[in-house]
Design a protein around this ligand. Sequence first.
Ligand SMILES: Nc1nc2c(ncn2[C@@H]2O[C@H](COP(=O)(O)OP(=O)(O)OP(=O)(O)O)[C@@H](O)[C@H]2O)c(=O)[nH]1
Length: 234
Amino acid sequence: MEQQPSVQSGASGPSAMDPATECGHSPGTVAAPAYDEDLLHKTILVGDSGVGKTSLLVQFDQGKFIPGSFSATVGIGFTNKVVTVDSVKVKLQIWDTAGQERFRSVTHAYYRDAQALLLLYDITSKTSFDNIRAWLTEVHEYALQDVVIMLLGNKSDMSSERVIKQEEGERLAKEYGVPFMETSAKTGVNVELAFLAIAKELKQRAVQQPNEPKFQIHDFIESQKKKSSCCGFM
Ligand SMILES: Nc1nc2c(ncn2[C@@H]2O[C@H](COP(=O)(O)OP(=O)(O)OP(=O)(O)O)[C@@H](O)[C@H]2O)c(=O)[nH]1
């Protein structure tokens, strides 16, 4: 695997190292393992039936929203998507699960080797929000211990039908120590950001050095949100 130019310069051995930068810990010259672009990161969408998992994936993959009658997912399916993070390609294999109870035993089997999990509720459905705790219990039972979890309050465009305040979502996420954002599969708000944050976290984990500070997904999301509100980034 080819190293990124910035990494190569730092990895070229002590003789090539500028003594000033050696002491100064310039981020551009610190030797870091190259990210393997062949890695495929399994990511799963879970949550009650009708919260918008399929729609979120379609919006992310194809940049469109298909309005109309709701047709529940049967079983499980996946879409491969490449996200560019810090100039490297991060491959996500995104699994869309059926939210209906009768498919639960099928979907549990897919939790086992998932590296990331997007847990959705619908801001217009109190039941879907209340069920998040049960979903998290399942996740803790079946998924890897260090799975990256993100909570998403979807359908943020439906403000007149909202029953769950944004602060309630934030509070719940804080309680479980997971990042949170509201999304709209219809307008696309925060959809790309959600997957980008996941991809960045997974990429950072893959190249993480033991003594390096960990990637702060919460801070990244907040900074990107600020960027988008000031400069129309997303
Ligand atoms: N207004 C609005 N409608 C949405 C949004 N996301 C999904 N929907 C609608 O909600 C309904 C359910 O969406 P799906 O994406 O099929 O839900 P799901 O979570 O995949 O459902 P299951 O496959 O049964 O688990 C559909 O009618 C969508 O058009 C959104 O962000 N805004």
